[in-house]
Design a protein around this ligand. Structure first.
Ligand SMILES: [Zn+2]
Length: 108
């Protein structure tokens, strides 16, 4: 049998297909199960909070796709998105940023 087990997501511990989602940290690349966990890893390291991964006693809660879809549906309001997005043929791209907490670029 030639079955390869996916490594655990560095953030939540769910299977993370190797190379599918990579978080770049000062300590190297970390596998993630989804773009959300990759972003969480890079944000935590980027803000200098990497002790979180050393002192935590359990993995972070796994992403709940259904819940995320419902949460994001709150922002699916055309009038709300129009000033912050660019419309293409099949989709819109939203431009956004976090202000007030500069995040240094991740090493990689
Ligand atoms: Zn994860």
């Amino acid at each position: 049998m030639n079955q390869r087990l996916a490594p655990p997501c560095w953030h939540c511990g769910q299977p993370a297909p190797s190379g599918a989602f990579i978080a770049r940290t000062p300590e190297g690349k970390r596998d993630a199960c989804c773009p959300g966990c990759a972003a969480a890893i890079e944000t935590i390291y980027g803000m200098g909070l990497d002790d979180y991964y050393r002192i935590r006693q359990d993995d972070a809660p796994a992403p709940d796709a259904r819940r995320a879809e419902l949460d994001l549906a709150l922002f699916d309001i055309a009038d709300l998105l129009a000033p912050h997005s660019t419309r293409y043929r099949m989709a819109s791209v939203c431009d956004c940023s976090l202000a007030g907490s500069p995040v240094p670029p991740a090493a990689g």
